[in-house]
Design a protein around this ligand. Structure first.
Ligand code: FES
Length: 159
C-alpha cells in the first residue's frame, strides 16, 4: 500500500495527514461553468473548526472537524512533539485536557491509544489517566484547553 492509497479524508496512519496535505497539493474539482454563479464554482465550503488552546505555550490551534489535533498543528506549521509520526506508539504527542467536559473530544476507540495512554500515565502521572489523550488520535468537538509540556510553539523549518 502506498501513501496515495489512503482514501480517507483525514489522516493517514502511516504519516502526517493525508497524502495530499503531505505533498502540499490542493485538488479542486470545481470547474467554472458559464451561467453558474461564482459562489457555486468556488469549491467546497470551508470546514468548521474548533480552537484548541495549548498551554503553557499559550498557542491557539484551529482544528478542523475532520482532523486530529496533531494533524492541525502540522498543517499550521508547528513542530508538535512526535517520534512515531502519528501512529499512537511513542506518546510524545500526548496532551492533558484541561477542559471539564470530556464530551468536547472524540472518544477513545483505538486499542493502541488506550494502551499508550496507560503507559504514559504510569510513567508521568502516577497511573492517573484523567484527561490524558494522544494528540495524534484525538478530534475535538468544541473549543478546549490542553496542556502539552514539551510544546513551546516552535515552527517547522519547512513550514
Ligand atoms: S505521535 Fe506518537 S503517539 Fe502520537
Amino acid at each position: 500500500m502506498s501513501a496515495f492509497d489512503d482514501q480517507s479524508p483525514g489522516r493517514c496512519r502511516r504519516g502526517f495527514g493525508s497524502a495530499r496535505s503531505r505533498i502540499g497539493v490542493t485538488l479542486s474539482h470545481a470547474t467554472a461553468q458559464p451561467g453558474v454563479p461564482a459562489s457555486v464554482n468556488a469549491g467546497p465550503a470551508p470546514q468548521s473548526t474548533h480552537t484548541v488552546r495549548v498551554e503553557p505555550a499559550g498557542i491557539d490551534i484551529a482544528v478542523r472537524v475532520s482532523e486530529t489535533l496533531f494533524d492541525a498543528a502540522w498543517r499550521e506549521g508547528y513542530e508538535w512533539p512526535t517520534i512515531c509520526l502519528g501512529q499512537a506508539l511513542c506518546t510524545a504527542c500526548h496532551v492533558v485536557i484541561r477542559t471539564e467536559d470530556e464530551n468536547n473530544v472524540s472518544p477513545i476507540v483505538e486499542p493502541d491509544e488506550r494502551s499508550a495512554i496507560r503507559r504514559v500515565s504510569r510513567r508521568l502521572y502516577r497511573g492517573d489517566t484523567t484527561g490524558v489523550r494522544l494528540a495524534c488520535q484525538m478530534r475535538v468537538k468544541a473549543d478546549i484547553v490542553v496542556e502539552q509540556s514539551r510544546f513551546e510553539g516552535e515552527r517547522r523549518a519547512d513550514a
